[in-house]
Ligand binder design. Structure first.
Ligand SMILES: Nc1ncnc2c1ncn2[C@@H]1O[C@H](COP(=O)(O)OP(=O)(O)OP(=O)(O)O)[C@@H](O)[C@H]1O
Ligand SMILES: N[C@@H](CCO)C(=O)O
Length: 315
């Protein structure tokens, strides 16, 4: 077993136009590490230590931490695969706020599986690992959805296929900047899923299908403006925005400052503005900082969608 550290970036689930089937990784342009880190080192017995800016928001006992569940799940999968599982000391550096809409649990899950797999000599391929990550994410949020774990693990913008290949990467326009703003409050993904209707009206279903198809087509044609024009959520945002104070005001201000689209990141409360100029993205970050942030935990970042997802370093 090798000692390794894995970093897994924050992500935007849904990207407004693809509820549960589209997601994008995030990398702040100023190099801020917006993602969790997990270290795995050989040890006599399993342990988990948690530190970092949002460690205090997690349950105090390590048994309740999703990283511990990842370890046990990974060991079981290893043994079923004919390998012996070894104990290790894990450390989670928790950079992402919990219940933020930035794929916080996904980031911990991806960093944990990535570190465990590399440490064990990479017995599992990407598809198998991604399936395990989705399984663990589903245990937390109430149903399996890959729109955070897939972009976090693979990088770029990913489209979920619904078959054994799970996710494919889409071409992201070079011109795109994404401003994200976390308000500082927590929204439970499970609750934000519960408030959605169980049936969607025919008109919204047709709009959803058309927009997602146009979005993917436009990305492959390099038509970045046409793609941005359909970044519009008819499935979740109409129900979820009531949980987000000042959401409509922030949308209006962002669009007036040059945003091509504005929406909820995952299940919120983080919002995102899609821009084609870095100066617009920075100005919008300043506006959202003033209008949307509610306490000292909040922040805003201007990001790119990085080609790289999880990163591993041998120690
Ligand atoms: N390492 C971890 N990271 C994040 N949440 C964890 C972790 N370990 C346990 N949890 C628990 O999992 C739950 C995560 O809830 P939820 O899915 O709403 O948050 P999230 O993954 O941060 O959301 P989002 O995807 O919107 O960022 C919380 O109850 C949290 O205490
Ligand atoms: N697709 C998920 C993402 C959760 O971050 C949802 O919107 O519930």
């Amino acid at each position: 077993m090798k000692a390794v550290r894995a970093y897994a970036p924050a992500s935007i689930g849904n990207f407004s136009v693809g509820y549960d089937v589209l997601g994008a990784a995030l990398a702040p342009v100023d190099g801020t590490p917006l993602g969790d880190e997990v270290t795995v080192e050989p040890a006599q017995e399993f342990s988990l230590r948690v530190d970092g800016p949002f460690a205090h928001k997690l349950p105090g006992d390590s048994q309740s931490n999703i990283v511990t569940r990842c370890y046990h799940y990974f060991c079981q999968a290893l043994e079923e695969h004919g390998h012996r599982a070894a104990p290790c000391a894990m450390t989670l550096h928790k950079n992402l706020p919990i219940g933020s809409g930035l794929g916080s649990s996904a980031s911990s899950i991806v960093a944990a599986f990535q570190a465990l797999n590399v440490s064990a000599g990479s017995p599992f391929d990407d598809d198998r690992l991604l399936a395990m990550m989705g399984e663990l994410e589903g245990q937390i949020s109430g149903s399996i959805h890959y729109d955070n774990v897939a972009p976090c693990f693979l990088g770029s913008m990913t489209l979920m296929t619904g078959d054994s290949r799970i996710a494919v990467k889409l071409p992201v326009p070079d011109s795109w900047y994404v401003t994200v703003c976390y308000s500082g409050i927590s929204v439970s993904t499970a609750q934000a899923r519960d408030i959605l209707p169980k049936h969607i009206p025919m008109q919204d279903t047709l709009t959803f299908g058309r927009q997602l198809a146009v979005f993917v087509h436009a990305l492959y044609q390099g038509e970045s403006k046409q793609a941005a024009a359909v970044v519009n959520d008819v499935i979740a945002e109409p129900w979820r925005k009531q949980l987000l104070p000042a959401f409509d005001e922030c949308r209006e201000k962002s669009l007036s400052q040059g945003a091509l689209a504005f929406g909820i990141s995952g299940s919120g409360p983080t919002v995102f503005a899609l821009c084609e100029r870095e100066t617009d993205a920075s100005n919008i970050a300043a506006t959202l900082t003033q209008t949307y942030i509610q306490n000292n935990d909040g922040f805003a970042h201007v990001c790119r969608v990085p080609a790289q997802g999880a990163l591993t370093t041998e120690l």
